[in-house]
Write a protein that binds this ligand. Structure first.
Ligand code: PGA
Length: 248
């Protein structure tokens, strides 16, 4: 696993753009998985600026995660967020996003459908954010490293961190769909973006702690080609000389 230390959030977002462009270079119709959240906003802003996101014009996007049990047209779906923040600004056609049906009558079957979509062709590049509890997507602590796409109960931490988006903790859906850790592990290239001092402790655990399902992000060390881009404020708590991963 490669670690890139960015000077600050802007530098992280620049590195992320360069990483994504490099990961997809030469692929006519790339398949990508991208996260929602605050951390990738700088990357998405960069992509939507001028023609910088042009290399995604023909891409297929597979949704990473989604709330379960809300109407598809609810503006708070993660798919809705993704359209507003990235896909609409890039003029991506509607058919290019393969998304979970948040209102599916049979959620388990919907998860099986998306697992089949995600594993039918290689995911060329996958970008992830790091939850304060170490989650990737909605693979909460305790997720098996070989887990497939499924419906999960959101952890108390995730409900809390999603409360701002919903206005109140009580309004946050309790269940969600997520691509599994085993599903994500099939990606040809994976990038974890981590910014801010509030992530320093969990980042240190993710990088130098023992691999355990209790910290889902520790699975990245076994991925095919994983890169972490973290800004200096997120690197803060890392004990010097103890990283098991080389830094560039
Ligand atoms: P954030 O979320 O980018 O808003 O910090 C990351 C996550 O919880 O997966």
């Amino acid at each position: 696993m490669k670690l890139i230390v960015a000077d600050d959030y802007e530098d992280l977002s620049r590195h992320a753009l360069a990483w994504l462009r490099g990961a997809l270079a030469g692929i006519d119709i790339p398949t990508v998985v991208l996260p929602t959240g605050n951390t990738p906003l700088g990357l998405y802003h960069n992509l939507a600026t001028g023609s910088k996101g042009q290399f995604l014009a023909n891409a297929r996007f597979i949704q990473l995660d989604e709330y379960q049990g809300i109407p598809r047209e609810d503006f708070r779906t993660l798919a809705g967020w993704f359209w507003r923040i990235l896909l609409n600004p890039l003029s991506i056609p509607k058919t290019a996003l393969i998304s979970f049906d948040s209102s599916a009558r049979d959620p388990d079957r919907e998860a099986v459908r998306m697992e089949a979509v995600a594993t039918k062709t290689d995911i060329d590049a996958c970008v992830l954010g790091l939850g304060l509890n170490g989650h990737l997507g909605f693979n909460e602590p305790g997720s098996d490293f070989a887990s497939q796409t499924r419906v999960v109960d959101l952890s108390a931490d995730s409900i809390k961190s999603n409360a701002a988006y919903w206005g109140d903790e009580a309004l946050v859906p309790r269940r969600a769909f997520t691509l599994g850790l085993g599903t994500l592990a099939t990606s040809r290239h994976t990038l974890l973006l981590v910014s801010g001092p509030h992530k320093a402790s969990i980042l240190a655990t993710a990088l130098i702690g023992p691999q355990t399902p209790e910290v889902p992000a520790t699975c990245l060390a076994s991925f095919r080609d994983a890169t972490v881009i973290a800004d200096r404020s997120a690197i803060g708590a890392m004990p010097r000389g103890r990283s098991r991963h080389p830094s560039n």
